[in-house]
Design a protein around this ligand. Structure first.
Ligand code: NAD
Length: 449
């Protein structure tokens, strides 16, 4: 079976890739299993050196990887470069973390009690199409640092950067079999990875629907699972905020990556007393978003990933929105930046659109803001804009969400934990926290009697 990979900005084929089936997935797991004893035995300093070499190779091939990602996902090239830069930083970070993830000694009677952080074995990594290389690196870095071997399954729509990264892994000197990339349908090879008895853990990023199913499928082998799922995050703007700054930033918190971002602040909650003023700033800022050719250095938003996805996104907007932007003519899976006025009960405010559509929702006071923000099954991200520091912290503590920013919309950093509450998943990626999800704690008591 051959897969045709398409450029969503031109609808032209980019590459033909052989798709794997269950047999090839089993072979990949067998290779990872065979490579595990050797990889876990690599001295920590050497494992760190290999990860650092990989980070350096990503930097050296940064432009090439950014172009692959830009063409395959339709990302603006400037954003793709920043993402690849983060991939290198992630490998640098986890190179540095290899020998800083320690066990402990615990005071007990009659001997010495110590803990070890043991690698799990073969880890399956399943990633989506919106940030293919970035999200793969968030999983690869800590998995490899802890001494696991991996099978990485990229999304069918965007396998190209993972395939190129696998070549760089070998060029870095990481032994054959430690990182295996398998391209194929999620319902076939993804599911096989989840059910495979020789796979110890699945780290998944994708939709809440598939995550739910994956948890069930992993139950048969009591597989460890971490899930980074969907979101419907709130951008809460109080009347005392720097409204111009909040409004200038808000479009990029929804329309970056054409809204195909799990952290998208796609519900913009605005205190009623500042609503009209904020809205006029917001419309102006949204009008200024530059939508167009992803290869153009100045472009800020590209197309959606596919025609089917555009269909799904457009189903959320009926009637006249508050604002609808412009898009380039066909070909390309374009969808305009769109602002709609909504109540939190409307479908556009309840479901993840995963496209450039923001629901603007008024609120009366702090209590109502918190209630509306939390009135969602998701809990991934969010922002709070206010000049009142005590309120900022009060609201931050009250929101049921994993990653928040105050007077900012940025929530992803290499050294800080990232992950969701509620149906946005569980487990944390990035920072030192991620290492806990790729290792098992072993407790050993040594009698001194
Ligand atoms: P998806 O759930 O359709 O697919 C994700 C991956 O799972 C793909 O590689 C797919 O092939 C695979 N898959 C599908 N069915 C499977 C099965 N039965 N068993 C095993 N694997 C299977 O998601 P998508 O459409 O690629 O990505 C968009 C979703 O990802 C959105 O919901 C978004 O919010 C979420 N996402 C979450 C985060 C986060 O960190 N929380 C980050 C990015 C994207």
């Amino acid at each position: 079976m051959t897969l045709t990979v398409v450029n969503p900005a031109t609808e032209e084929p980019l590459a033909q890739v052989e798709q794997a089936g269950v047999g090839e997935m089993d072979d990949a797991v067998a290779r990872a299993k065979a490579a595990f004893p050797g990889w876990r035995a690599v001295a920590p300093a050497d494992r760190a050196r290999l990860l650092r070499r990989l980070a350096t190779l990503v930097e050296e091939h940064g432009e090439e990887l950014a172009r692959i990602e830009s063409q395959n996902v339709g990302k603006p090239i400037a954003g793709a470069r920043a993402e690849v830069g983060m991939v290198a930083q992630v490998f640098h970070f986890y190179a540095g973390a290899v020998d800083k993830h320690h066990g402990e000694t615990i005071p007990v009677a009659g001997g010495v009690d110590m803990t070890f952080r043991e690698p799990m074995g073969v880890v399956g990594l399943i990633v989506p199409w919106n940030f293919p290389l970035n999200i793969a690196s968030w999983k690869l870095g800590p998995a490899l640092a802890c001494g696991n071997t991996v099978v990485l399954k990229p999304a069918e729509l965007t396998p190209l950067s993972a395939l190129r990264l696998a070549e760089l892994v070998l060029e870095a000197g990481i032994p054959d079999g430690v990182v295996n990339v398998v391209v194929g349908p999620g319902s076939v090879v993804g599911q096989r990875l989840v059910e495979h008895p020789d796979v110890a853990k699945i780290a998944f990023t994708g939709s809440t629907e598939v995550g739910r199913r994956l948890m069930r499928d992993a139950a048969g082998t009591i597989k460890r699972v971490t899930l980074e799922l969907g979101g419907k995050s709130a951008n809460v703007v109080f009347a005392d905020a720097d409204l111009e700054r909040a409004a200038a930033a808000a479009p990029y918190a929804v329309f970056d990556n054409a809204g195909q971002d799990c952290c998208a602040r796609s519900r913009i909650l605005v205190e009623r007393s500042a609503y009209d003023r904020f809205l006029s700033f917001l419309v102006e800022a949204t009008r200024a978003v530059r939508v167009g050719d992803p290869a153009d250095e100045r472009t800020e938003m590209g197309p959606l990933i596919s025609a089917a996805h555009r269909e799904a996104v457009s189903s959320f907007v009926d009637g006249d929105p508050l604002f609808r932007g412009e898009t380039p003519p066909a070909p390309g899976f374009w969808y305009p930046c769109t602002l709609v006025e909504a109540s939190n009960d409307d479908r556009v405010a309840r479901e993840e659109v995963f496209g450039p559509v923001a629901a603007v929702i008024p609120f009366a006071d702090e209590e109502e803001a918190v209630r509306i923000a939390n009135d969602t099954p998701y809990g991934l991200s969010g922002s709070i804009w206010t000049r009142d520091g005590a309120r900022a912290l009060r609201v931050a503590r009250a929101l049921d969400t994993g990653v928040l920013s105050i007077n900012s919309n940025s929530s992803v950093r290499v050294s800080t934990p990232f992950g969701g509450f509620k149906e946005s998943g569980f487990g944390r990626e990035l920072g030192m926290h991620a290492l806990d999800a790729y290792s098992e704690v072993k407790n050993v008591f040594y009698s001194t009697d």
